[in-house]
Each structure stands twice: as structure tokens, then as C-alpha cells.
Write a protein that binds this ligand. Structure first.
Ligand code: C2E
Ligand code: CA
Length: 767
């Protein structure tokens, strides 16, 4: 049988015994009644003990409840012994009375245990104010009722301390029951709760009556009321049989307990008033009750206000805490994002290398760690990067940068660090504490690294690099300066060579840079017509020396610097992006000149116009060039376009369209400086050039160096096979001329015949 069933069974049997007891008592069967009474109470106690075993929190309360009932059982037994057995003595009577009082005392302890477990966290002031109201009103009303019904006016003259104490215990049962009722609130009131309140209050009032009579020395035994005494205990058992631990638990009802307190307060007032009207409560007591209830009302108001403000404060506090925790988490998030951002901001998103900021931080790290030994810094720049961008599009430009980044990342070591400092500028730093690495060897290593062609969008682009190196602490012991020195060194060779090259900083570089900067400023504002002039160098047939044409060569007569070599200012103009303008001016001058000469002297001379890669790579170049030709009404057979053979050029050579458009317009094309750079015979085949200009470097060697002769022979032979003309550049003496004629070179240009001459001198001498 489970606990619940046995608990309820005990209750039911207890009630039956109570019924039997009541009948026996009313019918005067006292012995029977006195036998049934302890049995009924015992069963109630048992039912509560059974119940208590299934409880956790309220176990003690219920055990105390059952204990109080068992005191009753014992009281009953001694009562029986005293009245209905031959063993009755005044002592047994006294013991019986004490045991009955034990019921009251333990019941009070049980109630206190309940209040303690349930309301210990509640506002103490509220509990006290409730206790105050209920104590005063209970004492006043209970004593009034007592006097009214028993007709015993309380004199308290025979009261001893124990009487006061026991009377107080009886009253405390009612007081605590009321307090529990108020504190739990109406909402949590169940049937079990109602029964429990009724049973306790019933017990309380009967006990008060008993205690007071006893204190006044009057026998309190009354069979009718004794029935209710036992009934109240039975009801307590029933109440526990109907309840559960959850129901015993009071929900948080502090906000409404005040309201119930006020209702009860008013009820007490009303009851007191009615009782006063009927003369149950005398004037003095009524006024005491009135003052108490008013005081209670005021107190409750204050408590409510206080609780509200505390609640408000608690809410505010909770809000604040929530806000603070939100703020903390937001701060953490922010920090995380900031760190991420800092990381990202140190990295170049395109290449994955560290950027300028990353370099600054690295510098800082180096400085903090203390630098020992040597640091080599290489500033790397892609030649004609702008042109690569313009020709192949930005995606291709990016792809080149990514590839450079990959190659640099592939050589990254503890002692080699790479950065992308700006657009197409990279920086390689080599830490060499024991000075084991040769700076020039490392430069060669870098050039080799970049020298493989770039496979971008399935086109092989040849990209060349300018590298400037500077060495710590030889050049400077300031890291920022070191970078600027490496950049300066690079600046001096930018666009000057046809292949990737590296130069190191030395003290002679600074004046060069200074001069370059000044020239740049001057070129920015120069008036071509005033300071620029075309010189013409004759080109002749090798065998006969007959004039076939001339190469137009630009001269800049700068007021401050005098003649500035095109070798010096043309790379600057290219870098500045003004080469197209300058080229147009040159084309205009040269075509006008050839038209004038050919028409005046009835000739078919051909003027060679140098076109730099920077011009050729500009999409608008061909259109503009042809426009100018049309404007000067030049016969296209009179113009030859000289294209510099350089590595950078290889890239555009893929762009066959430009070449074919020039040739379709009727112009011829020559490859300049052939044999020095990278232009290969393969290029000659894919693009149908008309003439090969054998580089001066080869011509210089041709007399003394057999290899040079072999190369020139191969070039002329191949050119002949392909139907191309050949012209040797920089021929300075008869010996060179003879060798060239022997090797099959068709045309000659060089000081041997004449230097580049101003137009009028050329005209005088050659036409
Ligand atoms: P380049 O096209 O190879 O021009 C030939 C250079 O060799 C010229 O130098 C010429 O004066 C020089 N030269 C000719 N014969 C001899 C010789 O027998 N001995 C020596 N030592 N030198 C000789 P220049 O005029 O100083 O031009 C240098 C470079 O500047 C040219 O090389 C060309 O690349 C560029 N350049 C000159 N004028 C123009 C131009 O109008 N447009 C473009 N885009 N570039 C130009
Ligand atoms: Ca030339």
C-alpha cells in the first residue's frame, strides 16, 4: 500500500473513531468515549507521520504536528487512567493536563517551524506588524468572546506566570495561523488550507477558553467542546491528507499579502465593532482594537511603499546589471573586432603579405629587440606596372601582384621578411646578424625569383623589376632612412634597363635623385617648342654610303642644365606618364620635317621615329599617331617606327593588334637595340618587323670579339631568310663598317657617317 493511501485510510478511520467518540460522549458512555478519543487521535498522528516521510522541506513541520497530536494521545491515556481506571491520582490528572498543554506547545513550535521555513526571507517588519495586529486583536476579541460566552469576567488575580505562558501559547496558535494565512495570500489558498485554518483556529479558541478557565481556577471540562477539540485534530489530519509539499510551499505573494492584511484588519475592525454593538467587546477594548487596526493600516502603507521602492530599486539594479553585462560583452566583442581589424590592417588583403603598417610594427619590434649585425633591405618595384594594368586590365594587374606576393611568401624565413609597401612596391628585409649573406648574391637571388614569366590569364607576361638595396648599419643605422635609401637606389634605375636589375645605395645616389627630382619638376612645365628639338642622324646603305633616311632623336636644351640626354629624361617622362604627349610632339615634328625634305628634294627618305613602350602600350596611341600622320599629309612609306627591344616590350608584343594596325597603315617597323635584350627570334617570326637594328653594344665588339661576329652573322642571315632589313647602330669607324659589310649588314647608322644633327645642319650636309 502506498503512503498516500495509508495516510488517507488512517484519516478516515480516525474520523470514524471520532464519530464513535462523539456518539459515546453524547450518550454518556464516558469510558467508551475516553477509549475512542486516543485511538482517533493516534490514527491522526499516524497519518501525519506517514505523510511527513514523503516530504523534504516541510518534513519537520509535519513531524512536529504529529508529535503534538501524540501528546494529545498521551494526555487522553492519562485522562483515561485518571478518570476511568483504578490508578487515578491527582498526579495522573496533573500529567494529563500537562500532556494536553504539550499538544499546544508543540503545535506552536510546528507553526513556528513552518513560518521559519517559508517566510524567513520575507520582510521581518511585515511579519512583526502582522504579529502585532493579530496578537492584540486575538487577545481582545478572544478574551471578550470568552467573557461573553463563559460569563466569567477575567480578573487575572489568580494568574501565575505559567498561566500567562500557557494562555499566550493558546493565543499564539491563532496569531500564527492568521499570519500564515495573510502571508500566503488568498491565491494559494486551497481546500486543504481552509480546513487547516479552520482546524487550527478552532483548536486555538477552544484552547484559549480552556487556558483562561484553568487560569481562573474553574474546571474547563465540557463534553460538547471536547468533541470539537478532537475534531480540530482530525481536521488537521484531513488537511494534511489533502495537501502536498508543493501546496505547502508559499508562492511569492508579498505584493498581495499587504492587501489581505488590510482586508483582515478591516474584518477584525468590523467584527470588533459588531461585537461592541452587541456588548461583547467593551468600550476600552474596542478603542484599543481601533487604535491597533489604524496603526496597522499605517504601518502596512509604509511597508508597502518601502517594498515598492525596494522592488523598484531591485528592478533598477537588475536593469543596471543587465546593462553592465551587455556592456561588458559588447566591450569584449569590440575588442575582438578591434584585434581582428588590427590584424587585418597589418596585412595586405591582396597578397597576404604585411603592408606598410605591418612594416612599421615590424620596425618597432626590431628596434625593441635591439639590432645586432647587418640588415639588408631591398625595395622592389614592378616596371611599367601602370602599363600592365592599362593593357591587360586591373584583374591582370592584381594577378601579377598576387603572384609576386606568392613568390615572396615562398622565400619567407625567420630571417627573410617581405612586405607590400604600396601599389606595386614591395620590400624584402634580410636579417643577417653574422654577416653571412652577400647582399649582391641575395639581389641576384631576388632577380632570379622574379625572372620567370608570369602566367596570367593564360598569357605569359614578361614582367621586369627594379630593385634598390640598402644596408644597415653601413648606409645608415636608422631603419626609416634605410627604407628611403633602398627606394632611392631603386629610383635611379627605374625604367633604365631592359631587364630586371638591382642597384645598391651609395652616397653618389643622393645627388642623382636630387637631379631626377628637379628634372621631373622641369618636365612638368616644359614648353616643348621652346626647349625641345629633334636632331637627325643619317642612315646609309652599307656598301654605297647612299642616304636612305635618318633617325629622329630628341634633344632637350634645358636653360639651367644645358643638354639633357634622352637616356636620362625619357625614363622620367615615361614614369611621369607624359610620354604620350611628348611622343605626339616628336611625331608631329618628324613627319613635318620629312614631308618638307622629301618634297623639296624629291626624295623618298624614311624618318625613324622612336616609340617608347610607354607610348605603345597606351590604347589611344595608334589612333593618335595615325591622326598626326594624316594631318601632316605624310606618305606612310616615309616613316619607320622604332620599337625598343626590351623585356617590358615583350609583354605588349602579345598585343599583335597594335603592331598590325601600324603596319596596315603602311608604316615600317624596326626593332631597336637588337641583340642585347630579350627580344628573341621567336618574336621576329610572330610579328613581321621590317628591320632589325643591330645594337651598338654588338657593333662595339664586332672587330675584337668573335662571338659578337657570330651573333651578328646569325642575325643578318636570319633576317635575310625572313626578308628583313638590317641596320647596324653606333658604327664609329671604318673597321667596324667593313666587318659589318662582310657579315651581310645592309644599312649603317653611326658617328662614322655623322652624329645626330640639328635639322638645318642635316639639310646642309646631307641633302
Ligand atoms: P637609340 O634609339 O638606340 O638611339 C641611338 C642612340 O645612339 C642615340 O643616342 C645616338 O645619338 C647614339 N649614337 C648613334 N650613333 C652613335 C655612335 O656611333 N656612337 C655613339 N657613342 N653613340 C651613337 P641619344 O640620341 O642620346 O638617344 C638615346 C636614346 O634615347 C635612344 O636610343 C632612344 O632610346 C632614346 N630616344 C632618343 N630620342 C627619342 C625619341 O624621340 N623618342 C623616344 N621614344 N626615345 C628617344
Ligand atoms: Ca632608336
Amino acid at each position: 500500500m502506498n503512503k498516500r493511501v495509508s495516510q488517507r485510510l488512517c484519516c478516515v478511520i480516525a474520523l470514524l473513531f471520532w464519530g464513535a467518540y462523539a456518539i459515546a460522549l453524547m450518550t454518556g458512555h464516558h469510558i467508551l468515549a475516553n477509549t475512542f478519543s486516543p485511538i482517533s487521535a493516534f490514527l491522526v498522528g499516524c497519518s501525519m507521520i506517514i505523510f511527513s516521510r514523503s516530504l523534504k522541506k516541510y518534513g519537520l513541520t509535519v513531524v512536529l504536528g504529529s508529535l503534538s497530536v501524540f501528546f494529545w494521545v498521551l494526555g487522553d491515556i492519562f485522562f483515561f487512567i485518571n478518570n476511568d481506571s483504578p490508578f487515578g491520582t491527582p498526579f495522573t490528572g496533573y500529567i494529563a493536563e500537562l500532556l494536553y498543554k504539550g499538544t499546544t506547545i508543540v503545535m506552536v513550535v510546528g507553526l513556528i517551524a513552518y513560518v521559519w521555513t517559508t517566510f524567513r526571507n520575507k520582510a521581518v517588519i511585515r511579519l512583526f506588524s502582522d504579529a502585532f495586529l493579530f496578537s492584540v486583536s486575538t487577545i481582545l476579541i478572544a478574551t471578550s468572546v470568552f467573557t461573553y460566552f463563559t460569563k466569567v469576567s477575567l480578573k487575572y488575580t489568580n494568574f501565575k506566570l505559567e498561566h500567562f505562558v500557557f494562555t499566550m501559547f493558546s493565543m499564539v496558535i491563532i496569531i500564527l495561523t492568521m499570519m500564515i494565512f495573510v502571508e500566503r495570500g488568498l491565491n494559494s489558498l486551497s481546500w486543504a488550507g481552509v480546513i487547516m485554518i479552520i482546524s487550527l483556529i478552532m483548536y486555538g479558541f477552544l484552547d484559549i477558553r480552556y487556558s483562561l478557565l484553568d487560569a481562573e481556577g474553574i474546571s474547563a471540562i465540557s463534553p460538547e467542546l471536547d468533541i470539537f477539540f478532537l475534531l480540530s485534530l482530525n481536521l488537521l489530519g484531513v488537511a494534511f491528507a489533502c495537501t502536498t509539499e508543493e501546496k505547502l510551499e508559499a508562492k511569492d505573494t508579498s505584493h498581495q499579502s499587504g492587501k489581505i492584511g488590510v482586508i483582515i484588519d478591516l474584518c477584525i475592525m468590523a467584527v470588533g465593532f459588531v461585537m461592541h454593538l452587541y456588548g461583547i467587546v467593551n468600550e476600552g477594548r474596542f478603542f484599543t482594537l481601533l487604535i491597533t487596526t489604524v496603526a496597522y493600516l499605517l504601518l502596512i502603507r509604509i511597508i508597502d511603499a518601502n517594498e515598492l521602492s525596494q522592488q523598484y530599486l531591485a528592478e533598477k539594479e537588475a536593469e543596471k546589471e543587465l546593462l553592465e553585462s551587455k556592456m561588458i560583452s559588447q566591450k569584449e566583442e569590440l575588442q575582438e573586432v578591434t584585434e581582428k581589424l588590427a590584424n587585418i590592417s597589418n596585412l595586405d588583403l591582396l597578397t597576404g603579405l604585411r603592408n606598410r603598417r605591418g612594416w612599421d610594427l615590424y620596425c618597432e619590434e626590431l628596434r625593441r629587440g635591439g639590432i645586432s649585425g647587418r640588415i639588408m633591405m631591398y625595395s622592389v618595384d614592378i616596371n611599367y606596372f601602370k602599363i600592365i594594368n592599362d593593357t591587360y586590365g586591373h584583374a591582370a594587374g592584381d594577378a601579377v601582384l598576387i603572384e609576386v606576393g606568392k613568390r615572396l611568401a615562398s622565400i619567407e624565413e625567420d630571417f627573410i621578411h617581405s612586405f607590400r609597401i604600396a601599389g606595386d612596391q614591395f620590400l624584402v628585409v634580410v636579417i643577417d646578424p653574422n654577416e653571412e649573406i652577400r647582399p649582391d648574391r641575395f639581389a641576384d637571388f631576388l632577380i632570379d625569383l622574379f625572372d620567370r614569366s608570369f602566367d596570367i590569364e593564360s598569357e605569359y607576361i614578361k614582367v621586369t623589376f627594379s630593385i634598390g638595396g640598402a644596408i644597415y648599419p653601413k648606409d645608415t643605422n636608422n631603419l626609416e632612412k634605410l627604407l628611403s635609401y633602398a627606394e632611392s637606389a631603386r629610383y635611379t634605375i627605374k625604367h633604365t634597363g631592359s631587364a630586371s636589375s638591382c642597384t645598391f645605395f651609395d652616397n653618389s645616389i643622393m645627388p642623382k635623385i636630387q637631379r631626377k627630382k628637379v628634372l621631373e619638376q622641369k618636365l612638368q612645365v616644359v614648353n616643348y617648342d621652346e626647349q625641345f628639338e629633334l636632331y637627325y642622324q643619317p642612315q646609309v646603305k652599307a656598301k654605297s654610303g647612299e642616304l636612305i633616311g635618318m633617325e629622329a632623336l630628341l634633344r632637350w636644351k634645358e636653360p639651367e642644365f644645358g643638354f639633357v640626354s634622352p637616356m636620362e629624361f625619357i625614363p622620367i617622362a615615361e614614369e611621369m606618364g607624359i610620354m604620350l604627349d611628348m611622343g605626339n610632339w616628336i611625331t608631329k615634328q618628324a613627319t613635318r620635317q620629312i614631308v618638307q625634305w622629301n618634297t623639296t628634294y624629291h626624295k623618298n627618305l624614311v624618318v625613324g621615329i622612336n616609340v617608347s613602350p610607354a607610348q605603345l602600350r597606351d590604347i589611344k596611341f595608334v589612333d593618335k599617331f595615325l591622326d598626326i600622320m594624316r594631318a601632316s599629309k605624310v606618305d606612310t612609306n616615309w616613316v619607320d617606327v622604332e620599337i625598343t627591344e626590351s623585356m617590358a616590350l615583350n609583354g605588349i608584343m602579345n598585343n599583335a593588334e597594335i603592331i598590325s594596325r601600324i603596319q596596315n597603315a603602311g608604316l615600317t617597323m624596326s626593332v631597336d637595340d637588337f641583340g642585347t635584350g630579350y627580344a628573341s627570334f621567336a618574336n621576329m617570326i610572330s610579328f613581321h618587323f621590317d628591320r632589325i637594328k643591330i645594337a651598338k653594344e654588338l657593333v662595339d665588339e664586332i672587330v675584337e670579339n668573335r662571338n659578337a661576329r657570330v651573333v651578328v652573322k646569325a642575325i643578318t642571315g636570319m633576317a635575310k631568310d625572313m626578308g628583313l632589313h638590317t641596320i647596324a647602330e653606333g658604327v664609329e669607324d671604318k673597321e667596324q663598317l667593313d666587318v659589318l659589310v662582310e657579315l651581310g649588314c645592309e644599312q649603317i647608322q653611326g658617328y662614322y657617317f655623322d652624329k645626330p644633327l640639328p635639322a638645318d645642319t642635316f639639310e646642309k650636309r646631307w641633302l
